[in-house]
Design a protein around this ligand. Structure first.
Ligand SMILES: Cc1ncc(COP(=O)(O)O)c(C=O)c1O
Length: 392
């Protein structure tokens, strides 16, 4: 948008600038898989533009190259992230894969096959990197070890903050400084653009599993990357065209539909999460609570503008006790994923982070007694009554 607006206003209006000209108020949904090409020369020029990684062209040609509904969602997300470009994919994992593959285009003739990554990461991301599937060797390190871990063939430094599942915060600016010339990828899914804008702190590309808070209602699978770097933006679009990991327009439409309420949902759920974190900390069955502290330096410096709607806690009795807790909840839904309107409770060691090796689990702090809670929009008292009865 042209004028500088607050996040709340952007959430309502961004990506909708062309609606008046189109004569619509609600977001239009374009399900076309192909588009007529009445003028072949225009078609040829458009195709060439997309192959070069351009965001749009005179003729959309084919929905894998361009879709206006997906473009509306991308525009909205880019504005919210303070990015010039956003590129949406079929899922968060498809987006992360695209970011890694984009480095193949960006480093061209001299491919770089090494990644520096910090744990904890979402289990699927950890698995993608550890599996070597994409041909990248990974050095796992912590904030202090980044500079030493970087090699001549390092393509990307990858970090997730707040991290899944322990909600550990990382100082993005410090990571960027340690990474030097190497681009930094930040998975900001837990924060949402409401609480954190990683590009502002020097990250090259920010990623969201839009399946979570951006979709917000547990009914969409989506991923998105945003950047201010023109070359990265082009490469990300080129990867999408070639691999076909496109976001379906209906999924994009659901994400646009959810955008105006994003700030309210995130802020309200955060208030409840803060309340529950305090009540959990006082419960005798709870050994530890993992929730960003109000005086965490990352919050203090303004990188994170809120503590977030996710928290984790440790109970005695390992997997057996976790299984009992998940079977006993009546209001919280025992399910993976997060960022929905309802509260979801899950066991990272058994579910979201199950694929990790024992060493990786230990490094990530994923113990058998760890429970993760994605706080929804229910009342804090009702949620606490449910969790308390399940704990007792
Ligand atoms: C932090 C984080 N990043 C990435 C992903 C992967 O996203 P998706 O499931 O949309 O592929 C998830 C999914 O749980 C996640 O929690």
């Amino acid at each position: 948008m042209e004028m500088a607006h607050s996040t709340e206003t952007l959430a309502v209006h961004a990506g909708r600038e062309d609606f008046s000209a189109l004569g619509v108020h609600a977001p239009p949904l374009d399900l076309s898989s192909t588009y007529p090409v009445p003028h072949l020369e225009e078609g040829i020029a458009s195709l060439d533009a997309f192959v070069e990684g351009k965001a749009s062209a005179v003729n959309p040609i084919y929905s894998r190259l361009y879709n206006p509904t997906v473009a509306n969602f991308e525009k909205a997300l880019a504005d919210l992230e303070g990015a010039t470009d956003a590129v949406a994919y079929a899922s968060g994992m498809a987006a992360t894969t695209a970011a890694l593959m984009a480095t193949r285009i960006l480093y061209g003739e001299k491919p770089r096959n090494h990644v520096v990554a910090m744990r904890p990461l979402y289990g699927g991301t950890d698995h993608l990197l550890s599996s070597g599937l994409l041909g990248f060797e990974v050095t796992w390190t912590n904030a202090e070890g980044i500079a030493d871990a970087i090699r001549a063939d390092t393509a990307l430094v990858m970090v997730e903050t707040p991290a899944n599942p322990t909600c550990k915060l990382m100082d993005i600016e410090a990571v960027v400084q340690a990474a030097g010339e190497i681009p930094v990828f930040v998975d900001s899914t837990f924060a949402t653009p409401i609480f954190q804008n990683p590009l502002e702190w020097g990250a090259t590309v920010v990623m969201h599993s839009a399946t979570k808070f951006l979709g917000g209602h547990g009914d969409v699978l989506a991923g998105v990357l945003a950047t201010k770097n023109e070359k990265w933006a082009a490469a990300l679009r080129q990867v999408r065209i070639v691999t076909g990991a496109n976001l379906h327009p209906l999924a994009a439409w659901l994400c646009i539909r959810s955008m105006p309420t994003l700030p309210m949902r995130v802020e309200r759920a955060t208030m409840t999460a803060t309340d529950l974190s305090e009540r959990l900390a006082k419960h005798p069955a709870v050994q530890a609570v993992y929730y960003p502290k109000a005086d965490d330096p990352v919050l203090q410096k303004g990188q994170m503008k809120g503590r977030g709607a996710l928290l984790a806690f440790e109970i005695a009795g390992g997997t057996e006790a976790a299984a009992k807790l998940m079977a006993r909840v009546r209001l919280c839904v025992p399910a993976v994923s997060l960022g929905s309107t309802d509260t979801l409770i899950q066991h990272p060691a058994g579910l979201t982070h199950r694929v990790l090796s024992p060493e990786a689990k230990e490094e990530a702090g994923v113990t058998d007694g760890l429970i993760r809670l994605s706080v929804g929009l229910e009342s804090a008292d009702d949620l606490w009554a449910d969790i308390r009865q399940a704990l007792e």
